[in-house]
Design a protein around this ligand. Structure first.
Ligand code: NAD
Length: 478
């Protein structure tokens, strides 16, 4: 399987950056260089923004049904090309092929859903207070968007921004992740091949801080959307605030899980083992802080560990691997650091805790029990295959722990008691509470965070609202 040298897309032309600078792309399963990605200069960025500004004038005037048609075409191309794109995605990111295929199918689904929303961007008529007056509220696209996406879902995270922005009539300059550029480029290619007019979508790569500084402060950019870590998100939101730009921030999480004594404990344990180690744990909504009722703890651990023993860690390109390597060396180092710190503070190691093999970023699925509250793993997002589990005695205590951190993205509960569900729904501080199930962030559901996990939503009609502004037009006939 050959991996391309990934180029920038500006004005629907694929090209190198002005200085012909590139950066190597590595396969995380064996650390080999598999290709390169072109890096933009600030002049390239200025070109991209100028095109996005003229593309916006075209796209915002394009009838919604025509926007839908182009977007559905892109979803269709993505689906037709899924197998070859899945190979690129696994080569650059590491996840097993089955997960890459599922990510591409989900991305096509996101595009289709947003495409079909475009003709439903309704305004409203507001009854006037005087005769001869009409009051209308119309929705209009906010303007050219700067979008920043991470490496954990290199296609799906792009789809979650590009699809609602395009459906709303916005143009975009997209900076996708330099570590996983090829699959993002293939998604962009699907739009171009489906007939997206020049300038409506630009793709750039480069030095992230330089690009974000340049794009966010650029006068023509009207909206910023970022998915990534909380520290970077705070910096970008501050800069956007200084320049009065609209912002969506999808940041980190450290999802609490409450398994009540009345739950189907074995089912909860299997569901959580599958969910926790998907994408090697590199998911912002991954269940990470598992609290299990005292009386259910032994049954939970037995099933949880048995399920984890079925995980086959290996190169994602090999059929049979169910967990790939970590996407980069930083995560591997972080897993070692988090595990050693927790153990030094009194946690027990139920399984894993070690790097696997001498090459590639493989780390064993790891479970730490009864970690101390001050351990790193209970305070910063693990973003890797390390789970923590401990006992709780009383529901109030588990809710307090769920809300202890500044994160508030996803939370999980397993219980058969409607009273418990009602209490958790009212009291847990999170953007989404998943009850008796793994996360399923369908395109039709708004997904977003509270507190340090960010603001704004991706998914659902709210995802289009993020790219729209309301204009009131009041007309008197006198
Ligand atoms: P990082 O904070 O260095 O980078 C996170 C992302 O932001 C990357 O895609 C990076 O290219 C980008 N980035 C970094 N600095 C930037 C800047 N100044 N301007 C614009 N973009 C910038 O962390 P990392 O090591 O790549 O990832 C690890 C952490 O990132 C994780 O612990 C997790 O919290 C977070 N993360 C979250 C998500 C998510 O889905 N919310 C996805 C990926 C990473």
């Amino acid at each position: 399987m050959s991996y391309p040298n990934v180029l920038l897309l500006i004005d629907n032309v694929w090209r190198e950056g002005r200085r012909n600078a590139t950066r190597a792309v590595h396969n995380p399963a064996n650390e080999e260089v598999i290709g390169t990605v072109a890096l933009a200069t600030t002049t390239d960025l200025d070109d991209a923004v100028a095109c996005a500004a003229s593309g916006f004038e075209v796209w915002r005037r394009t009838p919604a049904v025509e926007r839908t048609r182009v977007m559905l075409g892109a979803a269709e191309l993505l689906t037709q090309r899924a197998e070859s794109i899945a190979n690129l995605l696994t080569l650059e990111q590491g996840k097993p092929l089955a997960e890459s295929r599922a990510e591409i199918a989900m991305s096509a689904d996101i595009i289709r859903w947003a495409a079909n929303e475009a003709p439903r961007i309704y305004g409203r008529i507001v009854p006037p207070r005087a005769a001869g007056v009409q009051q209308m509220v119309q929705k209009e696209p906010v303007g050219p968007v700067a979008a920043f996406t991470p490496w954990n879902f290199p296609i799906a995270q792009v789809a979650r921004k590009v699809a609602p922005a395009l459906a709303s009539g916005c143009s975009l300059v997209l900076k996708a992740a330099e570590e996983t550029p090829a699959s993002a480029a293939e998604l962009v290619r699907a739009f171009v091949d489906a007939g997206l007019p020049a300038g409506v979508l630009a793709l750039v790569f480069g030095e992230p801080a330089e690009i974000s500084e340049h794009l966010i402060t650029h006068r023509a950019i009207r909206k910023i959307t970022f998915t990534g870590s909380t520290p970077v998100g705070k910096q970008l939101a501050a800069l956007a605030g200084m320049h009065m730009k609209r912002v969506t921030m999808e940041l980190g999480g450290h999802a609490p899980v409450i398994v009540a004594a009345d739950a189907d404990v074995a089912r909860a344990a299997r569901t959580l083992a599958d969910a926790k180690f998907r994408n090697a744990g590199q998911i912002c909504l991954s269940p990470t802080r598992m609290m299990v009722a005292q009386t259910a703890f032994d049954e939970f651990m037995e099933t949880f560990l048995a399920r984890i023993r079925e995980i086959r860690v290996g190169d994602g390109m090999l059929e049979g691997s169910t967990m790939g390597p970590l996407a980069n060396k930083r995560r591997l180092d972080a897993m070692e650091r988090l595990t050693h710190d927790a153990l030094s503070r009194g946690a027990s190691l139920a399984t894993g805790g070690v790097r696997l093999g001498d090459s590639g970023n493989f780390f064993a699925p790891t479970v730490l029990t009864e970690p101390s509250k001050d351990s790193l793993v209970l305070n910063s997002e693990p973003f890797g295959p390390v789970a923590t589990v401990w006992r709780f005695a009383e529901l109030g205590e588990a809710i307090a722990e769920a809300n202890r951190l500044d994160y508030g993205l996803s939370a999980y509960a397993f219980t058969r008691a409607i009273k418990t569900v009602s209490r958790l729904a009212a009291e847990v501080q999170a953007g989404t509470l998943w009850v008796n199930q793994a996360a399923a962030a369908w395109p039709e559901l708004p997904f977003g965070g509270v507190k340090d996990s960010g603001y704004g939503y991706e998914g659902g009609p709210e995802s289009l609202d993020a790219y729209l502004q309301a204009k009131t037009v009041a007309i008197s006939d006198v």
